[in-house]
Design a protein. Structure first.
Lengths: 267, 335
């Protein structure tokens, strides 16, 4: 794990030197706006109450609690994906990809180190968002700590696995914006971030089931919103971990070819 | 020893735009190379000859389309990870170090990537920084380094795993003359320690100074191989006689052309820097006397005469069928 630890430390040092502290404010804004706009919508348009079918679909009437969990999950997903999936294309852009690829270190520990850094960074940001939600009066009516921890780990695994695939596609395509924003859009629309995905048409729901973030979000919502124990969430947890493993294997299978394509493209 | 047999590399490209017809470009075409330990081996050719592709295959960055590459008997494709422990690459045209890290932090990180034990890594970082003259800048972020300092750090990075074989692709590109000279001393020292070094360089005097054996390639194919002296003898590219004539005339130019034709070579006529006509004749023998005689016999007054010994540049130009660059300038040949 020396490579993972060294990569985490290196990335932490570089990021601390590259970005001013005010950069973190910009990163927080996605979650703050999502939560703030939902608060305004609920009180200014909905009169402080939600429709009956929302209660029926989610098992509760706490819309802000629902959005807060979704916003935190979305921010976690976006920030983690941004850091982890862009690891290799960032190396390519700063001229260090060749030096990395000729070293004998495996790609998995390198990516795990990068994701470890992303996890630390994102945990701080999501924690601050939690503080903002608390200031708006959002509370978790019932939550199960062990299941919540399992949900968080599942979401981390899901995002890491998707990031490996996305990272491979990015270095083949030589671009990050279109690919990353496509994934962000899909996650925000399909994975039950601000509304239950049972509102979606059937084909979109099937598509949502192919993204491990959807089942990870279900586990998190069950644990944080309804206080469900781990035993009641096992099926969704297993679905998430199985999908994540699949994505990870596909990503690691794609990476060597993608790296060679990236080097060849520079000729 | 690094050994290639019938090494071939092709790239698929689009001839035009995103959806244009596909084309296959051959970068390396059946190369057989041997890079033994304890020697600096040169790889020369014109731009686009396939040198960088070859070096990137040897560094495991590219996979050959066909043919084999072995490192001390180990197949470089099948055992890439093991091979990477024993080789390293320094490319002058690429940065290969992190701008936001200091010199020492860069070396520490790459040391971890090469799994160098901590007890070995710590003193090695100090030694390498001293070797490339960056001890005083060890704790300065690389983004504040000059180009030469960054290049020197890149050289230290290339030595962090104590490689048995070192691949140098234009290592002195953009370096000031004293720093390039120091680097040449370092490279010669590395070979003397028993490492195998493959060098491509834009500066052929550098190759001539360092390399015991040189391969010349063109369009990815082998053209010639041998020591610089053997290549010069083989190509018959030889002494250059340059005569400045202060009173040029059409009759004199005609006489010089006839003289060269009788020797079976071509005379190059151009304007001399200080005025007058500059006559250049390249020939295996020293033809300074007969040429001067012919010019004087045609009524010419000689303002200057210079005889230059054959260079590796002349040999490579002759081998690749290219034309010479202006005298004294850096060659049109790149390695």
């Amino acid at each position: 794990m020396s490579v993972a630890r060294a990569t985490l430390h290196r990335t932490w040092t570089m990021t601390r030197r590259a970005y001013p502290w005010s950069y973190a404010v910009g990163c927080l804004l996605i979650g703050v706006f999502t939560l703030g706009l939902s608060y305004l919508g609920l009180h200014a348009i909905g009169g402080g109450s939600v429709a009956e079918d929302f209660t029926a679909r989610t098992g509760g009437a706490d819309y802000l609690g629902y959005v807060a969990i979704g916003a935190a999950g979305y921010m976690f997903t976006v920030r983690m994906l941004l850091w982890s999936s862009k690891a290799l294309i960032t190396e390519q852009r700063q001229g260090t990809l060749g030096a990395l690829l000729i070293a004998p270190a495996g790609r998995l520990p390198y990516l795990l180190g990068f994701t470890g850094f992303a996890l630390l960074n994102t945990a701080v940001e999501v924690g601050l968002l939690g503080g903002f939600a608390a200031a708006l009066g959002v509370t978790l009516p019932a939550w199960h700590p062990l299941a919540a921890l399992a949900g968080l780990l599942a979401l981390t695994a899901a995002v890491f696995a998707v990031a490996v695939v996305l990272g491979a596609l990015m270095i083949v395509a030589g671009e990050a914006h279109i690919s990353q924003n496509t994934v962000f859009l899909a996650v925000s629309l399909l994975c039950g971030i601000t509304f239950p995905n049972s509102y979606l048409p059937a084909p979109a729901r099937w598509l949502a089931e192919l993204l491990p973030v959807t089942s990870a979000m279900d586990v998190l919502r069950g644990a944080l919103g309804r206080g469900q124990p781990l035993t009641e969430l096992t099926a969704r947890l297993v679905t998430c971990l199985a999908l994540s493993l699949g994505y990870l294997l596909v990503g690691l299978w794609l990476l060597p070819g993608a790296e060679r394509r990236a080097i060849e493209r520079s000729f | 020893m690094i050994r290639t047999r019938a090494l071939r590399k092709t790239f698929r490209t689009r001839e035009k735009g995103l959806f244009g017809p596909r084309a296959v470009k051959t970068a390396v075409d059946g190369l057989d190379l041997e890079i033994p330990a304890g020697r600096v081996t040169g790889l020369l050719g014109l731009n686009g000859a396939g040198k960088t592709s070859t070096i990137k295959i040897l560094a495991t960055l590219l996979r050959p389309t066909s043919g084999t590459v072995t490192l001390d008997g180990l197949d470089l494709v099948e055992h890439a990870r093991e091979a990477r422990r024993r080789i390293n690459l320094i490319a002058g045209g690429e940065r290969m170090v992190y701008g936001k890290l200091t010199g020492a932090e860069n070396l520490r990180y790459f040391g971890h990537l090469y799994d160098v034990p901590g007890a070995v890594l710590r003193p090695r970082i100090g030694e390498l920084l001293e070797l490339v003259g960056l001890t005083g800048a060890a704790d300065t972020p690389v983004e504040r380094y000059s180009r030469g300092m960054t290049q020197r750090l890149s050289i230290a990075r290339g030595l962090i795993n104590d490689p048995a074989y070192l691949l140098l692709d234009e290592p002195t590109l953009g370096l000031d003359a004293p720093i390039a000279r120091d680097l040449r001393r370092v490279v010669a020292g590395l070979a003397a320690e028993g490492r195998g070094v493959l060098l491509t360089s834009h500066y052929l005097t550098e190759v001539e100074e360092l390399c015991e054996h040189v391969y010349v390639i063109s369009d990815g194919r082998h053209l010639a191989a041998g020591s610089p002296a053997e290549l010069k003898a083989e190509t018959g590219s030889h002494r250059s006689v340059r005569v400045t004539v202060t009173n040029p005339s059409p009759e004199l130019e005609s006489a010089v052309v006839d003289f060269a034709l009788r020797l079976g070579v071509r005379a190059e006529l151009g304007a001399a820097e200080q005025g007058g006509l500059l006559v250049t004749v390249r020939h295996p023998e020293d033809v300074a006397g007969p040429l001067a005689g012919a010019i004087v016999a045609a009524g010419g007054a000689i303002g200057g005469l210079e005889v230059t010994e054959a260079s590796l540049e002349d040999a490579v130009l002759a081998l690749t069928g290219s034309t010479a660059s202006p005298a004294g300038g850096r060659s049109a040949v790149s390695a």
